[in-house]
Design a protein around this ligand. Sequence first.
Ligand code: GDP
Length: 365
Amino acid sequence: NLEVGIVGLPNVGKSTLFNAITKAGAEAANYPFCTIEPNVGVVEVPDARLRTLTNMYHPKKTIPAVMRFVDIAGLVAGASKGEGLGNKFLSHIRETDAIAEVVRCFEDDNITHVSGSVDPLRDIDIINTELCLADLETVQRRVDRLAKIAQCGDKAAKAELAVLQKILTALEAGEPVRKVALQDEEKQTVKELNLLTIKPILYIANVAEDEAAQPDANPLVQKLTAFAAAEGAQVVAVSAKIEAEIAELPDDEAAAFLEELGLSESGLTKLIKAGYSLLGLINFFTAGADEVRAWTIVKGTKAQKAAGKIHTDIERGFIRAEIVSYTDLIACGGEQAAKEKGLVRLEGKEYLMQDGDVTYFRFNV
Ligand code: GDP
């Protein structure tokens, strides 16, 4: 399961947003494999295709894909030096696949800002500095160790050192590692260091309730958007307060409330979509009389590996995948018709799964 860590300075609206996420949370019973800790919110990934498939198969249950959000509170200036709850939180970030950074863009005199004023770019800089410092320490430690081995003529150590030097230079300049141009091979080399600033990031602009429909009118959001664009990062504007209210409502009322506010979708949905695109995720489906289910994979995942999402036994005993694209399936009106038209393909283990593939894995037990 892919996991997004929510970070941000104190008082920017993280808990408010996180509570909304937990309240909107997925039915835990459907996901027995997710142990749900208090700082983890598991939300269903909205995918309209699931409903269509459900209407076609009439399964006993329908199970959407989920995304995990982890609330990583406690990041303050000095965290890398152990200020606040410092290092503990940095190690939580290490375990996530991506970072969503909540940035305060709402003005409210009643809510103090830890740095005295509302300024998204300064806030981002504070957090970025802490994360860079933590990475700097990690990389420096590794460099020190490698230097000795490299002196003895170890080629691999020398190669790794060269990559680390590049990274070190960037970090010393306060540049996150994600901005360093690294070849795939070089990325592989540093993978086990689990660097914080190499993780993909998106910014969540927390705007006032009355700005949620038109967040781009807020000059702070404009600044943030320009900054993120230069970094190749995305901005999702939400109003944490509105999200908290929506999470309390039943689905139909939530939809009416959104419409009333002039919003086409909830901030949470926007956030999940942005997370999907940030992490390069797609969904494939399994469908039958028992269950219709969406599964999340990274774009470029091969069929055999995708089978492992369902069960390691299916991956191990993989024979073939029977696949029909969602579009073909719907156009034909059903599996049988799709088969007759030759649209259900038999694919091997190297097949690259496509978004919307409706899949049946054949495997040896
Ligand atoms: P955290 O410290 O980042 O987790 O921030 P909280 O979620 O606890 O929010 C801090 C305060 O800001 C709380 O009193 C929230 O009710 C308030 N707050 C959060 N989002 C908004 C918002 O969009 N507008 C306003 N006016 N207040 C907000």
